[in-house]
Design a protein around this ligand. Structure first.
Ligand code: GLN
Length: 485
């Protein structure tokens, strides 16, 4: 049996029946990492020794196994892990070992996961291709000449390559859903506030959310169950009002589905549109009531995001000054020079660009014109969603305007790169939950379907996504996994 094809739920069932051990599964993932991660570079740091020990410890517990009994899990390197280097793919944090673990990781560990390692990402989660990593890009398991998307590209690639059963990502403007779409896996961005941000290195605090990247929808529901909850260490977190259950076998009867007209037109690749349209037709045939929804201000989402997110980032990244964390540039006795040199050396180009954009937008005299205005746009977008989600139960769009692009194709042009998030960013501005699921292939590359819902309706989103998943006439398995059959 090719263990790398297993979903988390399938693996748990086998472990429960004693037909598989956590050690066997962990070893299978580590062997796949050994085989392919030189090329894929999904991991910045593989914690193989502790993973084997953790797996063996779970296997020792014959009875009373924790619920996620030893599932090998990849963790995006933006999440603090006690004693394990956490770099955010930045030179700034090259040797940073946190003394605490992010709440969401701890909750997963309490439930018994095995951490395989920390995954590559765009530096401080700024980017859409994982090419902004200070340590080199991750490559897409479907085509090593292409990007995996970003910023959680390492996590998505790890899952798609069979180098983990599932993974944690974070999504500020699309960083879970877009790489999930590019790598042919499932990615869920939960409602803002439902997952604690404690221990998630902050990019843009009013947007950031942690969520699952998995092989299928059921696994996403399972992981979400262990991520949600109010955390006294994050005052924006809140108890999820819905119980996160696993989806059931059901069709889409009566589900009012709104196709977002602004996200299916110009700027979306024809190959992506073809897969999207076919998927919506299948959902309609399965009982969904399909109509046209509108988010009239969505054209302003990208410009507003690229004011607000850098503004928040510029404030959040002020803490990296050579004094408190990570890197400190030597060779000077002057404190201001030390700050300047540390930040010049420690941050990459995109991070510096965001800090400059952000400080500019927040500077007195420009504050109202930029930040204030962008906040107003954010409110308009929130209202657009309220209206559309009053008329429909769920909204759908492609997850990204293209399939995975070639390495270096967009690195020279930040604006083109920013546009890879046009479908996902509006959702973050409104703090809503959304999922991306594999919907098909275009020229051999995965295409994602995005399903958006009202705040805290993850169970409904997951249910619809699951029903849609059953309608797909292909199974999204990358050549690197199929190669182990
Ligand atoms: N690509 C977007 C950006 O660069 C979103 C990143 C994210 O969600 N972390 O800001």
């Amino acid at each position: 049996m090719n263990l790398l094809r297993l979903t988390a739920v399938e693996a748990l069932a086998l472990i429960g029946k004693k037909e598989l051990t956590s050690s066997e599964l962990t070893d299978a993932c580590l062997a796949q990492i050994e085989r392919h991660d030189k090329d894929v570079f999904a991991y910045l740091n593989v914690t193989g020794t502790s993973a084997r020990e953790e797996a063996a410890a779970v296997d020792q517990l014959a009875e009373d196994r924790p619920e996620l009994a030893g599932l090998p899990t990849a963790v995006k390197d933006v999440l603090c892990t006690r004693g394990v280097t956490t770099t955010c793919a930045s030179r700034m944090l090259e040797n940073y070992k946190p003394f605490y673990t992010a709440t969401c990781v701890r909750q997963m560990q309490d439930a018994g996961i095995v951490m395989l390692g920390k995954t590559n990402m765009d530096e401080f989660a700024m980017g859409s291709s994982t090419e902004n990593s200070a340590y080199g890009p991750t490559r897409n398991p479907w085509d090593l000449g292409r990007v995996p998307g970003g910023s959680s590209g390492g996590s998505a690639a790890a899952v798609a390559a069979g180098e983990a059963i599932w993974a944690l990502g974070s999504d500020t403007g699309g960083s879970i859903r877009q790489p999930a779409a590019f790598c042919g896996v499932v990615g869920l961005k939960p409602t803002y506030g439902s997952v604690s941000r404690y221990g998630l290195v902050a990019f843009a605090s009013s947007f950031d959310q942690v969520g699952p990247i998995t092989r299928n929808v059921t696994d996403a529901a399972l992981m979400l169950r262990f991520l949600v909850g109010k955390d006294p260490l994050d005052s924006t977190s809140i108890e999820h009002p819905e119980k996160i259950t696993l989806p059931e076998d059901r069709d889409l009867s009566g589900v009012r589905l709104g196709v977002v007209k602004e996200l299916v037109g110009e700027g979306i690749d024809p190959g992506v549109m073809k897969v999207f349209n076919e998927t919506v037709q299948k959902m309609e045939a399965a009982g969904a009531i399909v109509g046209e929804a509108s988010l009239p201000h969505s054209a302003y989402a990208l410009p507003a995001y690229y004011i607000l997110a850098p503004a928040e980032a510029s404030a959040n990244l002020a803490r990296f000054d050579g004094v408190r964390f990570g890197l400190r540039a030597g060779g000077t006795n002057d404190v201001t020079e030390m700050y300047e040199e540390t930040r010049s050396l420690g941050f990459g180009e995109e991070v510096k660009r965001r800090i400059m954009l952000g400080t500019y937008a927040l500077s007195s005299g420009y504050y109202e014109a930029y930040y204030g205005q962008a906040q107003k746009v954010r409110t308009l977008i929130v209202r657009d969603f309220e209206k559309a989600l009053g008329e429909f139960d769920l909204l759908v769009s492609p997850s990204a305007p293209t399939t995975a692009f070639r390495l270096d194709e967009k690195t020279g042009d930040p604006l083109t790169m920013y546009k890879s998030d046009i479908c996902t960013i509006p959702v973050n501005l409104a703090g809503l939950p959304a999922i991306s699921i594999p919907a098909g292939l275009s020229e051999g590359l995965p295409v994602g379907l995005q399903i958006i819902g009202r705040a805290f309706t993850e169970p409904a989103i997951l249910q619809a996504a699951y029903s849609a998943e059953q309608l797909m006439d292909f199974k999204s398995v990358s050549p690197l996994i199929a190669g182990q059959d």
